[in-house]
Design a protein around this ligand. Structure first.
Ligand code: KG4
Ligand code: ZN
Length: 364
């Protein structure tokens, strides 16, 4: 095996068509290229990702995105050692577009193929960015995922808990729709919350009485809709201040649930006596400054190092798939032309899958 591996990676499980060329060199030389084509605008009209539109857009774009990643890396195909592809979990039409394209490249070039779990890509990102040693605790919070895992190796995850219904990003997006804000909802709700009073409306903090690390966000969504309806019924509409107070109250409830459950997950993680104590967070919701700061504070309070990768690597991208592909390749993982596209693919195969499948696909 060459000293440094270089992998071409593809990602198409949700609403981003992405490709990257990744090497396992010195940290600053790892991402040779990373191209992300976002479909956000295509789905904006519908208030959520439309699977059929996503599948077609991935199929139409993936070749161009791969070509752009190769061109930006300024490397000939002869320098590439393998092709990694996100083979699930996700919206099946999109996953298929990526897997078929990767198989075509592998067959045409004779390069080995590596199927990567999209969630493993997110979970291994702190190794790409910070060389974080195993085992570390990871909280993945996005529009489609919400789970705590202890990351012990590229293919070795222990799930401590997760959402039993919606993902927090989904709740942010729904809140934005109710408040008449733009999509994706997270940044819009965060901006509205800046000037809001988080104490004016009492929102529930579900499952806080349970000792486990499981979370629920659908009740919070319903409470927000009720509060909104109450305001409309009593005074015919919302003022800017009402909107900000609702956004702030909602965001505070999500923050409190995530912080409290993170504290519990950290306790469970520390019971495994890790060599170094690290808590990493990834996913679009990790971009929220209030939530990020609260998680960082809780982590410091418990004597655990806090890592949050740069935003572009927190949200969906192919660089993370390339890095996971490299780690799996080094372990000897190779897939054949029978590599399956999987709508569901839990990270921790030893446990029954969590309930729930949101509008962005299976949560695994
Ligand atoms: O990881 P991501 O880009 O895509 C997947 O869902 O896989 O996450 C997108 C989600 C959206 O639901 C979006 O509203 C949320 O992350 N998000 C945020 C923020 N930025 C993005 N949620 C809260 N605060 C933010 N600043
Ligand atoms: Zn993702």
């Amino acid at each position: 095996m060459p000293d440094a591996l270089t992998i071409l990676a593809l990602e198409s499980t949700c609403d981003d068509t992405a490709a990257a060329v990744i090497s396992d060199r010195e940290r600053e030389e790892r991402i040779r290229s990373s191209v992300v084509f976002s479909q956000t605008e295509m789905h904006a009209l519908y208030g959520g990702v439309v699977p059929e539109i996503a599948a077609r857009a991935h199929a139409e774009r993936i070749d161009d995105v791969v070509s752009a990643a190769l061109a930006n890396a300024e490397l000939p195909m002869s320098e590439i050692n393998g092709v990694a592809v996100s083979a699930g979990p996700g919206l099946i039409g999109g996953v298929l577009a990526g897997v078929m394209c990767a198989k075509g490249i592998a067959a045409g070039s004779g390069l080995p193929l590596i199927g990567v779990n999209h969630l493993a890509g997110h979970a291994l990102t702190p190794r790409l960015t910070d060389d974080l040693p195993y085992p570390y605790l990871m909280l993945l919070i996005s529009g489609g995922h919400c789970l705590f895992v202890i990351v012990r190796g590229p293919d070795d995850f222990i799930r401590l808990g997760g959402t039993i219904d919606d993902a927090p990003g989904e709740a942010f997006d729904k809140t934005a729709r109710v408040l008449g804000l733009t999509q994706p909802g997270g940044p819009a709700v965060e901006a509205a919350a800046l000037s809001g009073d988080e104490h004016r409306f009492e929102f529930p903090r579900p499952l806080m009485d349970r000792k486990d690390c499981n979370m629920s966000f659908s009740g919070l969504k319903t409470a927000l809709i009720r509060a909104h309806e109450g305001l409309v019924a009593s005074k015919g509409g919302l003022t800017e201040a009402d909107r900000s107070d609702l956004a702030a109250g909602f965001q505070a409830a999500v923050r409190d649930v995530l912080v409290e459950k993170s504290r519990r997950a950290i306790i469970e993680y520390l019971e495994t006596a890790p060599r170094e104590r690290s808590f990493a967070v990834a996913g679009g919701v990790a971009a929220n400054a209030t939530i990020r700061a609260a998680l960082e504070f809780a982590s410091g309070d418990m004597g655990v190092r806090f890592i949050a990768p740069p935003l572009a690597l927190c949200t969906d991208n192919a660089a993370m798939i390339g890095w996971a592909g490299i780690e799996l390749f080094r372990m000897g993982r190779r897939d054949g032309m029978d590599l399956a596209a999987r709508p569901r693919w839990p990270l921790d195969m030893s446990q029954a899958p969590m309930l729930g499948s949101g509008r962005k696909g299976a949560k695994a």
